[in-house]
Design a protein around this ligand. Structure first.
Ligand code: NAP
Length: 512
């Protein structure tokens, strides 16, 4: 959106005041966290072209803020700042980096309610879930403040007495981070904390729909004392994003990129990175199977599915997408599920009390979910509950259950990314595994079984990077998050999250 400077300034001020008042009404304590400028080289800045783009609350569809619509000029400035900062940041001690991460974590904890309010305003995420995400996001800062001091090298056994062989683990350099809207805090901290712990500097490009959460988090990083240029945020609209992204992937000053988002965009960035042989970490889309075997505890499987499907209104990469239930228990499971969905889900504005299902993020996501449901129903799926947009013109979609689904339907072929459960019967373990693995995606899978031999057999054969067994809440800073097949490369979280941001340097020392 291009706005004339004076009109733009007045409009922006008005919207900023409105957002501030609205959030104060919900208990916001520190309005200074409502940053509406990007952050480059330790300064809060506008776009060099003076342009802005609007941020909308998906619950109300009202514009709540305007942030800089940056292009290659600003991106280059951020890369230069991060490159310069790297020259000194890489020489800080692990303890210094650890202490800064710990301070950032403490500030996030101190401001967790404000951060959650900002997230609910821009992402529509129910407040209860936004609080959960801030705790999750903040846990990466804590975890990597600890891991920073445990980045070890190795001494190898030399083949001769005249040499010593040592492997140092060193930071790769400037890293670009492109993050999605569905976890606008945690997808930033999960990458940045590991990179900073390793001694890298970062340029973060948050999603167009949710820049405010990233800016608020980085405001706290600045307060924690990270030196200028170590962390930078470039904000851009969907229109400018491809140009910004291209530079972030191709600049000779950038050593690597870490991306979370769709497989289509990930593939494109992978291609861009090929030319400069950049390090790349990709956390991409999923199409998670959720298998319930005859021996399962049905109550716990239903509870697990409620979490695996309806967390963030189904807008999570590890959302259960293809629900496979063994024949003998199918009817009982469906009945229990229907009851749970009808009783436990409350759709509405994320600020309203009791709400646990928010809106979809934008029109294009809503259309995608509607199309998948309509196509599947036209192909023979049965609507057990829901099935449509809650109110014409809104972004709220009814919690939906589709039964009698077949493998060829779009609800099984595509990642729905909405509150839609698609159920299919199966007969044998072999059949369930065949269906579960018949996809190019391989992020997460889940299954419920009380048969210990089956647990091992199935866990080993599922072609996914993560498997939840009688458990659906698998995300944690301590866990190795990531996919196989077209769901990604590399791992985030755990001690392995550091790997993408370091390389081994081999020293061979002659000993006379
Ligand atoms: P997306 O369209 O791929 O966007 C993700 C990020 O990439 C956004 O910041 C977006 O910016 C940016 N982007 C889009 N086109 C780009 C380009 N040509 N060059 C550079 N950057 C570009 O994905 P989404 O729809 O926001 O998120 C949903 C997808 O993310 C789902 O498939 C989900 O499974 C996946 N996801 C995966 C994980 C994981 O850990 N594996 C976690 C969360 C989400 P704009 O917003 O400006 O377009």
């Amino acid at each position: 959106m291009t706005v004339f400077p004076l009109v733009g300034t007045i409009l922006r001020h008005h919207q900023q005041m409105h957002l501030m008042e609205m959030l104060k009404g919900h208990g916001l304590r520190f309005a200074s966290l409502l940053r509406q400028e990007a952050y480059i080289g330790g300064k809060w800045v506008s776009a060099s072209n003076g342009k802005l783009f609007p941020v909308t609350n998906p619950s109300t569809r009202k514009v709540i803020a305007n942030v800089p619509d940056m292009d290659e000029v600003d991106t280059q400035a951020a890369i230069d700042a991060a490159y310069e900062a790297f020259q000194t940041w890489q020489r800080t001690t692990a303890k210094e980096r650890s202490l800064l991460l710990r301070k950032w974590h403490n500030l996030m904890e101190e401001h967790k309610e404000d951060l959650a309010l900002i997230m609910t305003a821009e992402a529509g995420k129910p407040l209860v879930e936004a609080r959960g995400e801030i705790a999750y996001g903040s846990s990466f800062l804590e975890w990597y403040s600890e891991e920073a001091r445990r980045i070890y090298g190795e001494v190898a056994q030399s083949p001769t007495n005249s040499k010593e062989m040592i492997f140092l683990r060193q930071p790769i350099g400037v890293t670009s981070m492109i993050t999605p809207w569905n976890f606008p805090n945690a997808m930033i901290t999960r990458k940045a904390a590991a990179a900073l712990a390793a001694g890298c500097t970062c340029i973060i490009k948050p999603a167009e729909d949710t820049p405010l959460s990233g800016l608020a988090a980085v405001d706290l990083a600045e307060k924690a004392g990270f030196p200028p240029g170590v962390l930078n945020v470039v904000t851009a609209s969907r229109k400018n994003t491809p140009a910004v992204g291209k530079l972030l992937c191709t600049s000779s000053k950038v050593a690597g990129i870490s991306f979370t988002g769709s497989t289509a965009v990930g593939r494109h960035l992978y291609e861009l990175c090929a030319h400069g042989i950049k390090r790349i970490g990709l956390e991409l889309g999923g199409n998670a199977p959720f298998i319930v075997f005859n021996s399962a505890n049905i109550k716990s499987a239903v509870e697990g599915l409620m979490v695996a499907k309806f967390r963030n209104t189904g807008q999570a990469c590890i959302s259960a997408n293809r629900i496979l239930v063994q024949e003998e228990i199918y009817d009982e499971f469906l009945e229990a599920l229907k009851e749970s969905v009808s009783k436990n889900l409350i759709v509405g504005d994320g600020f309203d009390k009791g709400v646990n299902q928010g809106p979809l993020i934008n029109d294009s996501q809503l259309r995608k979910v509607e199309n998948i449901v309509n196509e599947s129903v036209a192909a023979g799926a049965k609507v057990v509950l829901g099935g449509k947009c809650l109110k014409k013109g809104s972004l709220f979609f009814e919690p939906t259950i589709l039964s009698e689904v077949t493998e060829d339907m779009s609800c099984f072929q595509e990642e729905v990314f909405g509150p839609v459960i698609s159920l299919k019967r199966f007969t044998t373990e072999e059949e369930a595994l065949k269906i579960a693995n018949s996809t190019d995606q391989g992020l997460a899978s889940y299954f419920y079984s009380q048969d210990v031999s089956q647990v091992w057999r199935v866990a080993r054969r599922l072609e996914t990077g993560m498997v939840g067994i009688n458990e659906s809440l698998i995300s944690a800073a301590e866990g190795a998050f990531g996919g196989v097949k077209q769901s990604g490369i590399g791992r985030e979280g755990s001690k392995h999250g550091i790997d993408d941001f370091t390389y081994l340097k081999y020293l061979c020392i002659g000993v006379n």
